[in-house]
Design a protein. Sequence first.
Length: 22
Amino acid sequence: MCYAILMKKIIFYITIAAVLTA
């Protein structure tokens, strides 16, 4: 498994969550 892709995906979802909860 490529951790770079996993980290990007996690950061992407965290960003969406931050925008939705803002």
